[in-house]
Design a protein around this ligand. Sequence first.
Ligand SMILES: Nc1ncnc2c1ncn2[C@@H]1O[C@H](COP(=O)(O)OP(=O)(O)OP(=O)(O)O)[C@@H](O)[C@H]1O
Length: 627
Amino acid sequence: MTDTTTPASIDNDIYSCLNLDAPKSFFLFAGAGSGKTRSLVEVLKRFREQNLHRLRANAQQVAIITYTNAACDEIKRRLEFDPSFSVSTIHSFAWELIKFHPNDIREMLKASLQADIEILEDAQSKGRAGTKAAEDRPRQIASKQSRLGSLDRIRKFSYSPSGDNTSRDSLSHAEVIGMTAELLTNKPLLQQILIRKYPVLLVDESQDTKKELIEALFAVQASHKEQFSMGLFGDVMQRIYNDGKEHLGQDLPDDWLTPKKEYNYRCPRRVVRLINKIREDVDQNQQLPVKDTEGFVRLFIADTRDEIDKSTFEESVCQEMAKITEDELWIEDRKSRKTLTLEHHMAARRGGFSSFFDPLYAIDKLKTSLLDGTNACITLFSERVLPLINSLEVGNQFAISRIVNKYSPLIATDRLQVSSSPRAELDKAKHAVNSLHALWDETSEPSLNSILKEVHRSGLFPLPEMLAVIAAREEEEEYQEPENERDVNPVIDAWDNALKAKFSEFKAYVQYISDESEFGTHQGIKGLEFPRVMVILDDEEARGFLFSYDKLFRVKPLTTTDLRNQREGKETGIDRTKRLFYVTCSRAEESLAIIAYTDKPDEVIRTALQEGWFEEGEIIPTPTAKG
Ligand SMILES: Nc1ncnc2c1ncn2[C@@H]1O[C@H](COP(=O)(O)OP(=O)(O)OP(=O)(O)O)[C@@H](O)[C@H]1O
């Protein structure tokens, strides 16, 4: 180990960039478990010692952008809630930057609403009449025109990073990110405001930060090198969202520093060897283990040609792991091990919420807000209906009033003020709550669609545009068959399908995204670590064409599209799957069991050996099914 690779010297490199008189920017190359967060906090504490007075005197802060609220809280805590540091999620950061520019927001919104209306009108004039899309479009156009018409009356726009508001003046997540990127790129004044307030900006999990915003920040840095230091933390191998910037870290400007963290503090030696192998042909980022322990890695092959009960099989794997590792916690209770399903369809199927999840997950632009639960169509059910029904079930009157007061337009202050009988308005809200609750009875529960129709009928909660269009349809409307692409609206169709799900399925989905389910989510496990990890590979349940373990393990040939993408240097399903494999395996602190469900066990074993991921003695073929 040379001196230049010691962790302290890397932190020194980073620290040297945060120089208010001679700022530099940097991209930190670091793999899983390499202590990125620790470096971030250590360097900032040092920076504070030297620069606190200067920052305060100039009313400046260091901005730190993190991926989740949980990560935000953790970093704030570690920085002792020092107000010299502004730690926020990307959405809050973006909103704080643009919220004092309502005129710009209005102009951008006008342009985008007008463009949307033109597209809809064009489709309406050329598309087939009588199709579902053709019947829906006038309602969509009317809704957009009404928003357009109200823009000049809005003096201040509102936005809630948790997707909490649906009033006329409120902006969606995508709008806030898109506008911030646009303004930062094209408005020198906003760039000035940014660098004046935040001479140092650090982005954690930068591989998954929206690419349009990262690109805008690169543009800011390029124009203000002398006054602004930008630092990107993260790991390109752990990019799990498609809206992150591909190949971040390549083709950086020459004057950027590229410190590299080479040690893995989390995983035992055997796991570090495995993740190094998985990563080997992607980039040169190989790690050295810090831990002395060897740890355990096993690949269990589940032959799906045999009748196989998956939960029994997985239980038997835990038994086997307990024996191999001499660690009884593998079997003591479910909480002492973590099952990672890797692919969301798999978790949806196992968690019993596929019929809600799958149709929406098939639409690219809905993916991220479905996974973080911030889509306004989702928050209607998750943050209004669900807590309301839960409170009704236990008779918590206080909570019921709080939810209705907070969200229902039926008893909004301006409505009560102009009403001739405020009492009647309150009664109306009460009736609306009771009729909603009446959809549940002892033997049955409603679909999301029935809930939506009821909320629309009573006006209990405001509806986002997409759901308002669906709810306003006549019952039993008959539609013409679509003739071409123009005659379908894939997003509305996806919602139509998802709304058929029962409410209990939706509840299971909410548990999943809140990380309360047994199965870890990708964003849920971001940055986390567990002593005992079980990773499940199962293409039959994954169903996605975006990911494929069969392709990764060469059980299935690459498609012509994959081959073309590979030739053109574009991303393939194998690249994406390999990254998920890397992220999940690298969570293990002590022992790791991987289960591959496959009908071609020999091929899986052959590839696992050829790739050097596993050794012969570590592969365990179908222990229970064949006895
Ligand atoms: N310098 C260090 N000395 C000892 N332990 C460390 C050091 N740096 C990090 N660790 C420990 O190693 C583990 C991994 O660190 P951390 O979670 O910060 O890594 P990371 O780079 O953010 O990982 P990932 O990208 O995989 O989420 C944590 O348990 C952390 O406490």
